[in-house]
Design a protein around this ligand. Structure first.
Ligand code: SF4
Ligand code: SF4
Length: 445
C-alpha cells in the first residue's frame, strides 16, 4: 500500500477524538423544516407545492430545472406553511418551502422502487441518482448525476472515493466507512458502472487506520478496487490534491478532474447512491458531525434536511458558557453563523461550536514577507500577492496571477503569522474577476 500526498498544505490540530467513536444517532423530526429550493450548484428547483398542501415524507416538493440542478424532497410529513425567502447557512436568504410537521402523517413515506444493482444499466443509475436529488456531500453540492454524465470525448479511467475528511473535527465520513462499508463499496461500484470505469480507488488519510484496514479487508478478492492510504495533511481531500496523490497526475489550472480521466465522489455520496438504487430512498437526510469544545455533547447525527441549526444544537445538550462561534462545515472552509434558524442542507457536513481557545483573535499586523503562505499553497499560487491585488482593487493583475484558480482552502491564512485574512481578500477579488470575465464574455457574444 502506497502513501500518497501533494506539495504544500498544513497540519492543523485534528480534534477528531471528540466524535470519532460516536456512532450515528438519528435526531427526532423538528416541528418545522425549511427547505431552500437551491441546495446545489446550478439552477434553482421549482416548487411543486403551495401553501396549505399536505405532504408525506420523501415527497417531491421542488422539481429540478435544467441540466445542472437537483430536485428537493421533504424530509418530514406535514403541511406547507409558506413559500418565501428564508435565511440559509451561507448568510444569504433564498427561496424556500417551510413545512410544519404533522406526526399523524408520519406512517406514510414516498419511496422509489428498488432496483437490482447487478442488472441496472448506466442510464438507469444516472436517472435514479437524478430523481433521488443526490448532490455531492463534500460541500460544493454539485448535482451528482452531472458528474456521472461526462461528455463523450472525456475518457474516464478512475473513480476516486474521497475518504480523506481532512478538515479538523469532522468524522462523518469516517463513521460511514466504519458503519456502512458494504454500502459505500456498493455505491462505488454503481458509480464505476455508470461511468464504464474498471478502476475504483478509496483514498483515506493515514490517521484513520481502522477504516483503511476494514475497507481493505472488504475489497479483498474484488477486481479493480483499491484502498490507498494518503498522508494526513490539509487539504488532502481537495479534488486536485487527491488526484495528484492517487494518480500522480496534475489537473491543469482551469481544467476539471475529468480532463485527466478522473471522477471524484465523496464517501457520503456513494452511500446515498447505494440507498437510492437498492432501497429506493430519495435524499432527505444529512449526515453530519456536531463538534467543538463549545458543544456540550459532541455527536455524529442523521438529521432531516431542513432542520434548523438550533434544533441540532439543542439535541446535543446546547452550548457551553465559553462558546463564542458557530460554524457550518469544517473550521478551514466553513461559514460562521449569525442566525441559528438557518437549516441543515443536503451537503452540510458539520456544525462546530468553538470556544475562545479554538479560534484566533490576534490582531492583523503588516505582512512580514516571510513567504510561509507561498510555501503552503498546494496550488503554487502567491497568496500574499493575490490578497494585495484584491485590496488595491487591481483585478486585472489578480486575474493575471491566477486568482480564479484559488480553491479558497484557507491553508495560506492558517499559516500567516501576521493574521492577514488572506482568503477573505482572495475570495472578494476572485468574485470581482469572475464578474469581469462574465461581462467580457457578454460583450463578445
Ligand atoms: S486559499 Fe487559495 S491561495 Fe490560499 S492556500 Fe488555498 S488555494 Fe492557495
Ligand atoms: S504568510 Fe502572511 S506575513 Fe508571511 S508572506 Fe504570507 S501574507 Fe505575508
Amino acid at each position: 500500500m502506497s502513501i500518497g500526498t501533494f506539495r504544500g498544505g498544513v497540519h492543523p490540530p485534528e480534534f477528531k477524538e471528540l466524535t470519532e467513536n460516536c456512532a450515528f444517532e438519528t435526531i427526532p423530526n423538528p416541528e418545522e423544516i425549511i427547505l431552500p429550493v437551491s441546495q446545489h450548484l446550478g439552477k434553482d428547483a421549482t416548487p411543486q407545492v403551495k401553501k396549505g398542501d399536505d405532504v408525506i415524507t420523501g415527497q417531491l416538493v421542488a422539481k429540478a430545472e435544467g441540466f445542472i440542478s437537483a430536485p428537493v424532497h421533504t424530509s418530514v410529513a406535514g403541511k406547507v406553511l409558506s413559500l418565501g425567502k428564508e435565511i440559509t447557512p451561507t448568510g444569504f436568504p433564498k427561496d424556500a418551502i417551510v413545512i410544519k410537521t404533522n406526526g399523524t402523517l408520519e406512517g406514510e413515506r414516498f419511496r422509489l422502487s428498488p432496483l437490482d444493482p447487478e442488472t441496472i444499466t448506466p442510464d438507469e443509475i444516472r436517472a435514479r441518482v437524478a430523481e433521488a436529488g443526490i448532490v455531492g456531500q463534500g460541500g460544493a453540492a454539485f448535482p451528482t448525476y452531472v458528474k456521472l454524465s461526462p461528455p463523450k470525448d472525456k475518457i474516464i479511467e478512475v473513480v476516486i472515493l474521497n475518504g480523506c475528511e481532512c478538515e479538523p473535527y469532522l468524522t462523518r465520513d469516517y463513521r460511514f466507512m466504519i458503519e456502512r462499508p458494504d454500502d459505500l463499496i456498493s455505491g462505488l461500484k454503481l458509480i464505476m458502472k455508470a461511468l464504464g470505469v474498471k478502476r475504483g480507488v478509496i483514498g483515506i488519510e493515514d490517521n484513520k487506520p481502522e477504516a483503511i484496514k476494514l475497507l481493505s479487508d472488504k475489497i479483498l478478492g474484488e477486481t479493480g478496487l483499491e484502498v490507498v492510504a494518503l498522508k494526513t495533511k490539509y487539504p488532502q481531500g481537495a479534488e486536485k490534491m487527491l488526484i495528484k496523490a492517487v494518480t500522480g497526475k496534475e489537473v491543469p489550472p482551469g481544467k476539471l478532474p475529468m480532463d485527466v480521466g478522473a471522477v471524484i465522489q465523496n464517501i457520503g455520496t456513494a452511500v446515498a447512491i447505494h440507498d437510492a438504487v437498492v432501497k429506493g430512498e430519495v435524499l432527505t437526510i444529512a449526515a453530519l458531525t456536531v463538534s467543538g469544545k463549545g458543544i456540550k455533547v459532541p455527536k455524529n447525527l442523521l438529521v432531516p434536511v431542513g432542520t434548523p441549526i438550533q434544533n441540532v444544537i439543542d439535541f446535543c445538550g446546547g452550548v457551553t458558557e465559553d462558546a463564542v462561534k458557530i460554524v457550518v462545515g469544517g473550521p478551514m472552509m466553513g461559514v460562521s453563523q449569525f442566525d441559528l434558524h438557518a437549516p441543515v442542507m443536503k451537503a452540510t457536513s458539520g456544525i462546530l461550536v468553538l470556544t475562545k481557545e479554538e479560534i484566533t483573535e490576534n490582531p492583523e499586523t503588516p505582512c512580514l514577507r516571510c513567504g510561509q503562505c507561498v510555501g503552503a499553497c498546494p496550488l503554487n499560487l502567491m497568496p500574499t500577492k493575490l490578497s494585495r491585488y484584491s485590496q488595491l482593487q487591481r483585478y486585472e493583475d489578480a486575474e493575471g496571477a491566477d486568482i480564479t484558480v484559488c480553491m479558497e482552502c484557507g491553508t495560506c491564512a492558517y499559516t500567516c503569522p501576521a493574521n492577514i485574512p488572506l482568503v477573505q481578500w482572495i475570495r472578494l477579488g476572485k468574485q470581482k474577476v469572475l464578474e469581469m470575465q462574465k461581462e467580457r464574455a457578454a460583450v463578445t457574444q
